[in-house]
Design a protein around this ligand. Structure first.
Ligand SMILES: [Zn+2]
Length: 76
């Protein structure tokens, strides 16, 4: 009596689970940067990489640095 088992015939290649895990890992790692709420204005669109600042607050922060940089040069 023939069993209705798909395994053993070798007709359908079964993907190695390790390959699937590797693919998942690759997908997770290559996923776009996770978006978080901006810690200053709360706009959703900031990233961990950008110090949790949206691009607007990043821009403001950079210009603030430029403005205050010369004044606070030797405070610490
Ligand atoms: Zn912001």
């Amino acid at each position: 009596m023939a069993k209705t088992s798909k395994a053993g015939g070798g007709e359908v290649p079964i993907v190695n689970p390790q390959l699937i895990d590797g693919a998942k890992d690759f997908v997770l790692r290559s996923k776009p940067v996770r978006r978080v709420p901006c810690r200053v204005c709360g706009v959703h669109g900031a990233t961990e990489r950008s110090d949790r600042l949206c691009w607007i607050c990043q821009h403001l922060k950079i210009s603030a640095w430029r403005d205050s940089g010369a004044q606070e040069s030797a405070s610490e």
